[in-house]
Design a protein around this ligand. Structure first.
Ligand code: AMP
Length: 267
């Protein structure tokens, strides 16, 4: 088993990782850290939950540990929630380093983002549309980017972001390191990898490691109109303790919460 101190990481990064309670690298981290620390391009087939944020975040911080007010790292995430989550994770790994992480995403006002960019960002985490907007307005300069991460590339494709992503890739300097993460590798993603990545190392985590063994998983096929009823029956059955429910849309989220509350389950 590998341990974090075996990697060539700054003491501040090791301390942050230890403080977060990470005892040993996850399989994705154990495989991605060496090539990324060497500066190689990489394609990682890994899902959320595999520890991939630290897998690219730690090498990024190692490279940028001396800080700088130019944007040296750019991470693209498909959604605003993911961008926020990735930025928070990177901030938590960078405690004690002179690194500023700025998040830019759509659906939010420009002034705070502009101010944050003007104050100097070492790493920008953003969604493709808003990153392009800032590029077009001249408020984001990618000329000094040393490392670029495309997170959840297949989700980007599914959401119709492939074109903006290519546009951003074209705006990067010739000399840069790229890490592309995707749970699946559809043809358009393979084409983008071929076009923009330089002799990438490919890392694939066995699918059995992508789910957590102590969590039992099952699914129920249900028509839309019966979903609440079935959910109530599950929740009113065996005691479950606290429960997390994910829905596809904001509206659906409200409807489920209302339905549960009306039936005596505070949500
Ligand atoms: P991610 O796949 O990057 O979203 O990470 C999933 C979760 O695993 C996050 O809550 C991380 O904080 C956590 N995590 C990442 N790496 C490790 C590690 N080496 N040991 C324990 N937890 C970790």
């Amino acid at each position: 088993m590998t341990t974090f101190p075996e990697f060539d990481l700054d003491p501040a990064i090791l301390a942050a990782v230890e403080k977060l309670g990470f005892e040993s690298p996850t399989p994705v981290q154990a495989e991605t850290l060496p090539p990324l620390l060497e500066g190689r391009d990489m394609i990682g087939q890994a899902r959320t939950g595999s520890g991939k944020t630290a897998a690219f975040g730690l090498p990024m911080l190692q490279r940028f540990k001396d800080g700088g007010s130019n944007v040296r790292g750019l991470v693209l995430a498909p959604t605003r929630e993911l961008a926020i989550q990735v930025a928070e994770a990177i901030r938590s790994f960078s405690k004690g380093l002179p690194i500023r992480v700025v998040t830019i995403y759509g659906g939010a006002p420009y002034p705070p983002q502009l101010k944050a960019l003007r104050n100097g960002a070492t790493i920008v985490v953003g969604t493709p549309g808003r990153v392009i907007d800032h590029l077009d307005r001249g408020t984001l300069d990618l000329n000094n980017v040393e490392m670029f991460v495309l997170d959840e590339a297949d989700e980007m494709l599914r959401m119709g972001f492939l074109e903006p992503v290519e546009h951003i890739l074209e705006a990067l300097p010739e000399e840069r390191q790229i890490a592309l993460f995707s749970a699946t590798m559809p043809a358009p993603i393979q084409r983008v990898s071929k076009k923009f990545l330089n002799k990438p190392v490919t890392i694939q985590v066995e699918s059995s490691e992508l789910s957590v063994s102590h969590i039992e998983q099952f699914w129920i096929r249900a028509p839309q109109r019966r979903k609440l009823d079935i959910l109530l029956r599950i929740l009113q059955g065996d005691p479950h303790g606290a429960t997390l429910i994910f829905t596809r849309t904001r509206r659906g989220c409200g409807e489920v919460a209302d339905g549960l509350t009306k039936n005596g389950i505070p949500a």
